[in-house]
Design a protein around this ligand. Sequence first.
Ligand code: MN
Length: 144
Amino acid sequence: MKAHVPQTGSFRWEGIEVRPYAKDGTHFEGVTRQVLFEAGGSELRYFEIEAGGHSALERHDHVHAVMVVRGSGRCLVGAEIHDLGTNDLVSVPPETWHQFRAPDSEPLGFLCLVPSDRDRPRRPDEADLAALRSDPAVAAFIRV
Ligand code: MN
């Protein structure tokens, strides 16, 4: 890793690949991922969800520490739905369902800190979805 990596455009950095966000062979529409740092046993990634898009609905044992750095949006963490503004912080505990959504008007960009050695995210099965959908607000929010 070079000591200094300049920004080359809006939320783009020199030499850092912009990858589609992929999970289990499925590409989530309009989500990109850039790995900014691999240091101290952790990775800091920048995700960007295009206007109207969403991340995967998933859970896993590792935690996420998230900081919104572009735009606004909403997220599901467990049974709670939160409005997000730029510079807000989000903590996702272990084994907690989570999903991020961008508004129709602008992209949502956030930094996400994870351990380098981490378990694979799991998607909800039909029983999980039924449990999630028992809450009307969650049912209206989630995209699968
Ligand atoms: Mn996750």
